[in-house]
Design a protein. Structure first.
Length: 348
């Protein structure tokens, strides 16, 4: 069980490590970091090396047990930043529960396994172990973040040289296949679907979604980085979380419902984590969109900009975590949403 605190720090570039100084000023140590979750200003596609740069800058300065999850793409008003989830075992008077987190990694995935059942199983196993490590049940979990690998041209060639076929020969499509497998692995681990249903969903034969899953793919890793965030009665801190899902990219009501509940509880929003995607039907509420037919700008970039603008307006700043591509992460065309908030300290 790891009680945590959350720090959100703006960055000037992907390798900006000012978060380390912010940690020090707060009386915290880099050695206590559980995870660094960031938005970097690349294109969010296969060749987004801003993610690689950020990971290369942060990982040598973190404990081996920590994970990094960097999502590329800060289109529109989205602002580059990092979210530092840090172990903080301080027991705050008046609180009988609090936010906890655990991080881990799957085994290294063979490129031929990316986007397939083996990836679902690897993520399911890792999420299950982390939930058990936290001593919580699936219903206490509000967010599971996964950073998963994708297929590059070299990996595709290697798979074929070994006499096998990759899940796809399109490197960009491999991102969606990997995100889908990761999200389905989360859904199985949290009891949102059975393993056979997840397998069927991977081929499009079943509908499965998780409002607590957030998966992002990148070329900077070969395994899956996994971070589980939950509430626990074993902790005593003012942080809490709520989760839900947007039905589409302009579903402001779904988000305001969560924010209204935060206000009702007397809390202050600390961060919003959301997934976004171009509606696969080609329309939003009966009106045609062009995100999927724009040959100049990838659909995930359009979706991040649209949802990022909506969430930034509601939060009051652009340092929100919006990741593109929401396969099985909330409803099709929408996406999962988790709000982390802070309750006021109890005065004595």
């Amino acid at each position: 069980m790891t009680p945590i605190t959350l720090l959100t720090v703006p960055t000037t570039d992907p390798a900006d490590l000012r978060g380390l100084a912010v940690l020090d000023d707060a009386g915290l140590r880099a050695g206590d970091v559980v995870g660094v979750i960031g938005k970097t200003e690349g294109n969010g596609c296969v060749n987004d090396f801003s993610r690689t740069l950020a990971a290369a800058a942060w990982e040598p300065r973190l404990p081996e047990s920590a994970v990094t999850v960097f999502s590329g793409g800060t289109e529109g008003v989205l602002s580059p930043h990092v979210n530092l989830l840090v172990r903080d075992e301080t027991r705050h008077p008046g609180f009988d529960r609090g936010l906890v987190a655990a991080a881990g990694r799957t085994r290294v995935l063979d490129p031929a396994e990316i986007g397939r059942l083996a990836q679902i199983t690897a993520v399911t196993d890792t999420v299950g172990k982390l939930v058990a490590e936290l001593g919580v049940v699936a219903g206490d979990v509000h967010l599971v973040l996964v950073k998963c690998p994708l297929l590059t041209s070299d990996k595709i060639a290697a798979v074929r040289a070994a006499g096998r076929e990759p899940v796809t020969e399109d490197t960009y499509e491999s991102m969606s296949r990997s995100r889908a497998a990761s999200a389905l692995g989360i859904a199985v681990a949290l009891g949102e679907c059975a393993a056979d249903t997840a397998t069927a969903a991977l081929s499009g034969a079943a509908e499965v979604s998780s409002a607590r899953a957030s998966a992002s793919a990148g070329a900077e890793l070969d395994d899956c980085h996994v971070l589980v965030v939950a509430e626990s009665t074993a902790a005593a801190n003012p942080l809490r979380a709520l989760h839900g899902e947007m039905a589409d990219a302009i579903d402001i009501a779904a988000v305001t419902t969560l924010l209204d509940e935060v206000e009702r509880r007397g809390g202050t929003v600390r961060q919003i984590f959301a997934k976004a995607e171009a509606d696969p039907s080609g329309a939003v509420r009966g009106h045609r969109h062009t995100m999927l037919t724009d040959s100049d700008v990838n659909a995930t970039r359009h979706a991040r900009a649209a949802v990022g603008g909506l969430l930034a307006a509601l939060k009051g700043d652009g340092a929100v975590y919006v990741s593109g591509g929401a396969e099985h992460q909330g409803r099709p065309g929408g996406g999962s949403v988790t709000v982390i908030y802070e309750l006021p300290e109890v005065r004595r």
